[in-house]
Write a protein that binds this ligand. Sequence first.
Ligand code: PEP
Length: 250
Amino acid sequence: MARRKVVAGNWKMNMTPSEAKALVETLKPLVESNDVDVIYCVPAIDIVPVVEAVKGTKVEVGAENMYIEEKGAFTGEISPNMLTDAGCKYVIIGHSERRQYFKEDDAFLNKKVLKAFEHGLVPILCCGETLEQREAGVTLDWINLQIKSDLQGVTKEQAASMIIAYEPIWAIGTGKTATSEQAQEVCCAIRKTVAGIFDTDTAEKIRIQYGGSVNAKTAPELFSMPDIDGGLVGGAALKPDFGQIVNYRN
Ligand code: PEP
């Protein structure tokens, strides 16, 4: 069975609650699609208003991060059960900005992945190499390592239901999109890694996105590659271009 494409917006630390509601209204007619799943991953404070604003559409809402405990003395954190109660279905885990600025390592991210599943949240697990790693020729080894560490203890049914986003760090927010061939090579390698950990059936089911300066121009070719099942979109997710990315086939 063919995998459904999935296009997710990562709003990062943008949009106040009132701006968020306005953006959802602007995008409403533009993101309608019967064959692409659309997700808005939004700042924690925007989750409730965005869940409300997307009612009546097919758009689902995700968080950009979460903590690994249900409640307690973790000032400033947000728990998985808070996310599900607010209407989130997805959560981004291990975005390179979290890894880089907040020092989240693979052992911690593995706990987050397991915790998300425990609460019925679908993880959008990010991985990706730096420019130095690409130039040193260690991209595939590095990503293999990230995926193996982050998926420890995950069942094959869980893996089949999740999303992995391949996001080369040198392409995020730089306007420098990876070529379709570069993105396909790594997404294909990720699928092989998943097949190695679980089996080919799981690898055929898991959805793998490309992320890194995706725009309305680059989306059609990227998303037509055999192992790229859609995109995780940063900057362009805040503009009407997002509608063109969702409807990249037209
Ligand atoms: C991202 O933040 O996940 C991302 C891919 O950003 P951008 O599209 O702006 O490069």
